[in-house]
Design a binder for this molecule. Structure first.
Ligand code: PEP
Ligand code: MN
Length: 263
């Protein structure tokens, strides 16, 4: 069902005024984790100022260590919703538990399924049962074929509003946190009609190359970019090293869109 052979036209995911896929690329930005109302509000205000309409923020954080900040849970989703509605933004947040998929639509516009859960088949099936758009991240070591099959689970369940996001894969290279597989973008666009985004923050894990990687993604045909922004990255409870501060974010956005998204 996700194959181009099945459907020639691009799937366009509609978020009430914001469309993703088949047109102008979209920028999704926001903090790694929702930490407080004030923190999210500062980011939301900056996004609004830049004309950005979709904000991300993690409330359920799948952390490598059990001793690291695990997120504010439902309370975090409430904070995200409140700050977003003040500025008229759409929201994306990760859900990790199939039991939360149904209630997520009360708080957020898009459910993210994280890299670590790309093959959590019960979560994929739950995502297929709702009508909330899903942003599916590529697994840390998933092939493109496995990625598309994971998306197939959701669409086969009846939810056609699925977006794919390349977020880097694990290779031997240590200069970046993961290796951004830029070739995945044109391959996914050829093989599937679903929108394809690129997460430059988690794929590279370093701030200094975000703009060229985002430009490369757009040049390769991506429908959008995800980037992490925090009012004070040094104090961030997760991904402190690679989140942009607000000033850096404005510079990044100006650079990436300098030539009109390079398209
Ligand atoms: C995230 O986007 O917050 C995240 C945890 O990313 P990933 O699942 O790609 O590691
Ligand atoms: Mn992060």
């Amino acid at each position: 069902l996700v194959s181009r052979k099945k459907q020639k036209e691009d799937t366009i995911v509609e978020l009430g005024g914001v469309s993703i896929g088949g047109g102008r690329p979209v920028m999704v930005a926001g903090p790694c984790s929702v930490e407080s109302y004030e923190q999210v509000r500062q980011v939301a205000a900056a996004l609004k100022e830049a004309g950005i309409t979709v904000m991300r923020g993690g409330a359920f954080k799948p952390r490598t260590s059990p001793y690291d900040f695990q997120g504010l849970g439902i309370e975090g989703l409430k904070i995200l919703k409140e700050a977003a509605s003040e500025f008229g933004l759409k929201t994306i947040s990760e859900i990790v538990d199939p039991a939360h998929v149904g209630l997520a639509s009360e708080y957020i516009d898009v459910i993210q399924i994280g890299a670590r859960n790309m093959q959590n088949f019960e979560l994929l099936k739950a995502a297929g049962e709702v009508r909330t758009p899903i942003l599916l991240k590529r697994g840390l070591a998933a092939t493109i074929d496995e990625f598309l099959h994971a998306a197939e689970y959701i669409v086969a369940g009846g939810n056609t509003q699925v977006m794919l996001i390349e977020r880097g894969i694990r290779t031997y290279e240590r200069a970046t946190r993961n290796t951004l597989d830029i070739s995945a973008v044109p391959i996914l666009k050829q093989e599937s009609h679903l929108p394809v985004l690129v997460d430059v923050t988690h794929s590279t894990g370093r701030k200094d190359i975000l703009a060229p990687c985002a430009k490369a993604a757009i040049a390769a045909g991506a429908d959008g970019i995800m980037v992490e922004v925090h009012p004070d990255p040094a104090t961030a409870l997760s991904d402190a090293a690679q989140q942009l501060n607000i000033e850096e974010f404005h510079r990044f956005y100006a650079e990436v869109t300098r030539t009109g998204w390079g398209v």
